[in-house]
Design a protein. Structure first.
Length: 191
């Protein structure tokens, strides 16, 4: 009897998982009081008939565990100037192509430039720059940025669809205020 039940359960499970859509399911009792489940309407003498309309399951694809951990432990910040040059455009295209979520910081004022220079212990403010957690690079090199993101645990292709827009001037934290380990300012990219 146990083997028969197991076989029945496996058969039902196989049917459920094999068929992509089950529009209707019926539950009913026969004349002897036995409960039945079927995808076809019950016989006319069935009692206690209930009908359920089922919708297919949809599994949303999201960030992998590794990507979520990288975003949590090493959020990416892209530092740009007020106007974007060819290197800056290449950096933006690189992150977009790799689908990495990041926050964008524009260095606009002299105060922001000084804070940036002090934060990264530089002689002058040079952009683009990137940091992932405590690791950072000044200037753009696709191979160097790839290595940085790989060390931080980011996958070769992330799930971010569109890079977030830069905050309006005056609303973004300065280079000195933005803590790369603080994930509170990080917002995932959305369409």
């Amino acid at each position: 009897m146990t083997n028969l039940r197991l076989l029945l359960c496996v058969s039902i499970a196989g049917t459920v998982f094999a068929s992509p859509v089950w529009a209707q399911t019926y539950k009913w009792k026969d004349a002897q009081g036995n409960t039945h489940y079927s995808g076809t309407p019950p016989p006319p003498d069935a009692r206690s008939v209930t009908e359920k309309k089922l919708q297919p399951s949809v599994v949303e694809q999201g960030a992998s565990y590794a990507e979520r951990e990288a975003m949590r432990t090493a959020p990416v910040t892209l530092w740009l100037g007020n106007e974007c040059d060819a290197l800056c455009e290449s950096a933006l295209a690189f992150l977009k192509n790799r689908s990495i979520a990041y926050i964008e910081q524009r260095i606009i004022t002299d105060e922001q430039k000084q804070a940036f220079v002090k934060r990264f212990n530089l002689q002058e403010a040079r952009v683009p720059a990137i940091n992932a957690g405590k690791d950072h690079l000044i200037g753009f090199s696709a191979s160097a940025w790839t290595s940085l993101l790989n060390r931080a645990g980011y996958p070769a292709k992330g799930t971010a669809r569109v890079a977030p827009k830069a905050p309006a001037p005056g609303t973004a934290p300065t280079a000195a205020e933005a803590d790369p380990a603080d994930t509170g300012n990080w917002q995932p990219a959305t369409e």
